[in-house]
Structure formats: C-alpha cells, structure tokens
Write a protein that binds this ligand. Structure first.
Ligand code: HEM
Length: 140
C-alpha cells in the first residue's frame, strides 16, 4: 500500500507519449494523423473527481482494498503505463521494491532531515530536486 501510494503521488514516469498513426475519432474528438499525445500520468493520479478530496495527500490506506477500491477508474492508475506497451519490468520492479524496503526496515529506521525541501521535479524521471537527506538509525 505504501509503495502503491508512493507510485501514485510520485510516478517516476510523469507522462507517456503516443503518436497518432491514422486519423481517428476518439469520443467526440477527431485526432489527425501525426498528432503527438502526452498522457499525463501524474495529473491522472491526483484528480479529485477520481481519487476523492484527499487526492493530494499521502494516504496508503486508500489501497486497503486494492486499486479498484482506491479510485473511480482503475485505468487512471498507471505508474507502469497501460495497454500493449505496459512496462515489462513491472513485476520485477514491485518485487525488488518490496525486498529492498523490507531489508532496510528490518535493520534501520529512518526519518527526513529538517533540511529536506520538498520539490519533486521531472527530469528524465521524477526525482527530488535537492536530493533527500535522511537520518538513518540502526536497530540493535
Ligand atoms: C518503479 C519502476 C518502474 C516504473 C515506474 C516504470 C514505468 C514504465 C512505464 C510508464 C512504461 C510505459 C511507457 C509507455 O507506455 O510508453 C514502461 C515501459 C517499459 N519498462 Fe518500465 N518502469 C519501471 C521499471 C522497469 C524495470 C525494472 C524494467 C526492466 C527490468 C523496465 C522495463 C521497461 C520496458 C522494456 C518498457 C517498454 C515496454 C514496451 O514498450 O513494450 N521498467 N515502464
């Protein structure tokens, strides 16, 4: 739930791109061949009409009953993309995250340094603009 909520608020891939290969009508909109479309993952992940009034807050509990329980349209949750080009490393990435997090948490506790400035920035992927200084304490 913590990983899912983190990927919701801070999706490493902020958007995905598609190019229209032939003229299509999508809903009521005609999209001409050659149009480049940006699908804004981070925007979809924070829309209040999809996620509720606390859409901008970090609340892992929203995933207590899975993605369908967390939002109105499960397709709007797409940290790994959606459709035929869905991330092939999705399950590997999720397993790796769980293993690494549980190994760290079994040996250490950590908290943010007071010098941390919250400023997520989209470069190649979404990252903390000024880095993330942590206080790390070993469990004995
Ligand atoms: C948290 C980690 C990761 C995130 C958030 C992520 C996100 C994404 C997203 C959003 C796409 C879709 C791009 C699109 O639709 O245009 C994608 C595709 C892809 N990802 Fe990941 N990814 C992650 C980890 C990985 C890992 C660990 C691997 C490889 C071991 C991987 C390999 C790929 C590949 C090969 C594609 C292209 C699939 C295709 O176009 O058919 N990703 N990823």
């Amino acid at each position: 739930m913590v990983i899912q909520e983190t990927l919701r608020l801070y999706p490493p891939a902020v958007f995905v791109l598609r190019e229209v290969l032939q003229d299509i009508r999508f809903g009521g909109v005609v999209i001409p061949k050659g149009t480049s479309i940006q699908i804004p993952i981070s925007t979809l992940h924070q829309m209040t009409d999809i996620w509720g009034p606390d859409a901008h807050e970090f609340n892992p509990q929203r995933f207590a009953t899975g993605i369908t329980g967390a939002c109105k349209h499960p397709q709007a949750y797409m940290p790994f993309g959606i459709g035929v080009r869905t991330c092939v490393g999705q399950h590997f990435a999720m397993t790796e995250l769980k293993v690494v997090l549980s190994l760290i948490l079994s040996k250490f506790s950590f908290s943010l340094s007071p010098s941390y400035r919250h400023s997520p920035v989209s470069r190649m992927v979404l990252e903390p603009e000024h880095g993330m200084t942590l206080y790390v304490k070993r469990h004995y």
